[in-house]
Write a protein that binds this ligand. Sequence first.
Ligand SMILES: Nc1ncnc2c1ncn2[C@@H]1O[C@H](COP(=O)(O)OP(=O)(O)OP(=O)(O)O)[C@@H](O)[C@H]1O
Length: 329
Amino acid sequence: MPPSAAADPAAAEADGRSGGSPYAVETRGLTKVFGKQRAVDGVDLRVPSGSVYGFLGPNGSGKTTTIRMLMGLVAPTSGDHDILGQPMPAELTSALHRVGSLIEGPAFHAHLSGLANLRRLDAADARSDARTSAARIGAALERVGLEPAANKRFRAYSLGMKQRLAIAAALLAPRDLLVLDEPTNGLDPQGTREVRHLVAGLAADGITVLISSHLLAEIQQICTHVGVMSAGKLVAQGGIDELRAGQTAELVVHTPDPADAMRVLSTAGVAALAADGEVVTGQPGGLPPERLVAELVAAGVRVRRFGIDRPSLEDLYVSLTGEGFEVRQ
Ligand SMILES: Nc1ncnc2c1ncn2[C@@H]1O[C@H](COP(=O)(O)OP(=O)(O)OP(=O)(O)O)[C@@H](O)[C@H]1O
């Protein structure tokens, strides 16, 4: 099942995965002030159950602080939130045993194998049942594709394998929600692909995933929803298609007759017209593109190139955060 098919809040609500709420995470006015700085400022996060929610924003925009508040690791200055339909922090214990997280990353021992590391972590968890430990560890290793390397020492793992082991540690118990803070940070392209593939698989199993990143390009292929943070505020949030559809399309005409093109296009209802050399841009009105081309040609305008571009999600991200982006596969 693709992630988008899993993102069915109604189904999640009906089967009780989110305690009757359509959201796996919902915050209301979540705020954290450090001294004079509002690191997180009135954030209303809505992570639909079954979604892969990309929590995006430049370094320092408040993602980690938000995630730490979600997981009860730091107290909000104001605001409140529910996790899997349970109010926090009142239901911290009952909600959080269904939530796996990768925030700072568990401390693994370099000289121990992946398997031995997971055994140690499982034994250290007071809630875990020793009788089912071997089966749960085996299942977690299988889920992240590390059984063939289970007996290798941690220090021999690639960066991607190390990160997959950290995700396995978060999966030692059955989870409805997985919260991953910058899981692709510092990974090479291969490691990034491994983590992306793993997250897509978990989403297909019906686990809601909240994944933060400062690089949209790294995670947008697997996200059904995104939220964009900038300077402590959530500046955009929604389904990927919905956000893309909300962007204004731009008409671009390449012509050696820019003045005539602007006159014709203006009459045809194109707004915000501008010319830069032989390139004319504007916001198309109600007329379909073929009519605009016909009007230009009929008026004797020489059209060398004509296009209507919908800005990409990257354009939206850059315009919202003022942040450049690196394209990494
Ligand atoms: N314990 C703290 N004390 C004081 N300031 C803090 C503390 N934790 C975070 N901050 C500040 O709050 C702001 C938001 O930081 P945060 O780590 O949440 O951002 P981020 O988006 O996760 O960025 P990064 O990806 O770099 O971690 C930053 O300016 C940071 O310096």
